[in-house]
Design a protein around this ligand. Structure first.
Ligand code: ZN
Length: 245
């Protein structure tokens, strides 16, 4: 009934969504093939559409998570996992890849539907030495007090536990992180390339984690064989880090 009422109120919006869903459905079946693989949902096809998987809507940055889980050999058994601010597509991909999980907590600073913990990453109420793996994907560029967040992640990880992390590098391949607390929020888009990014992360951003005691392993997509980048439809501007406590 709600759908009917909604349609009568805003028919154009409903038709637009219906068209998008129908287009994705057609593409999922009509473009099946073996050129590309979506590691997020295992769909195989002839192509993605502007980087997006028609089956699960994953983007290159999303697909880098399951790719990195394999690359860094993180799919161990009986893991306790904390996934920070996952969107539904990311959550689906990680859950599929980490098939033998003892505990999988999904947290966000807001009470969104698909999380079970509402926490502020800069002041977690979680116990010390709790998790084997923490996944934080494209989040730190939004956190002004990032060093507090890094310290908290280190605290809740078990010794030997790992943090799988990525931030957007802006501008692409930039070597040095740039931030200035004097920059007003209104200028974030112009200076950091996004309306909600409080810094421009560079390829040196991992050093902040090493300063807290982490050891670093790095994956720069541009260093991978070109055939792998094409097969998994990744973006050569992306980087993933695996930090070990
Ligand atoms: Zn997919």
């Amino acid at each position: 009934m709600n759908i009917i009422v909604g349609f009568l109120k805003k028919p154009s919006a409903y038709l637009k969504v219906a068209n998008q869903v129908f287009t994705r459905w057609i593409r999922t079946y009509a473009y099946r093939g073996s050129n590309v693989i979506c590691e997020n949902c295992s769909w195989q096809g002839t192509q993605f559409f502007e980087g997006e998987c028609p089956n699960c809507k994953s983007l290159p940055r999303t697909r880098l998570i399951p790719f990195s889980i394999d690359y860094f050999d993180l799919a161990k058994t009986k893991l306790k996992v904390l996934h920070v601010a996952p969107n539904k597509t990311e959550y689906f991909g990680v859950k599929t890849k980490l098939h033998d999980v003892m505990q999988y907590d999904k947290m966000d600073i807001r009470a969104v539907k698909h999380v079970n913990l509402v926490e502020d990453l800069t002041q977690l109420t979680l116990e010390d030495n709790t998790y084997d793996l923490v996944v934080i994907w494209h989040v730190f560029e939004h956190i002004v007090e990032d060093t507090k967040a890094i310290s908290e992640v280190y605290r809740v990880l078990n010794t030997g536990g790992q943090l799988l992390m990525s931030v957007p590098i802006f501008p692409v391949h930039s070597l040095a992180t740039y931030e200035d607390v004097a920059i007003p929020y209104a200028n974030y888009q112009e200076i950091h390339g996004h309306e909600d990014h409080c810094r421009s992360c560079g390829l040196d951003y991992y050093k902040r984690f090493e300063a807290h005691g982490f050891r670093t392993a790095e994956l720069q997509v541009r260093d991978l064989d070109d055939s792998l980048v094409k097969k998994y439809a990744l973006s050569t501007g992306h980087v993933a880090w695996c930090f070990t406590k």
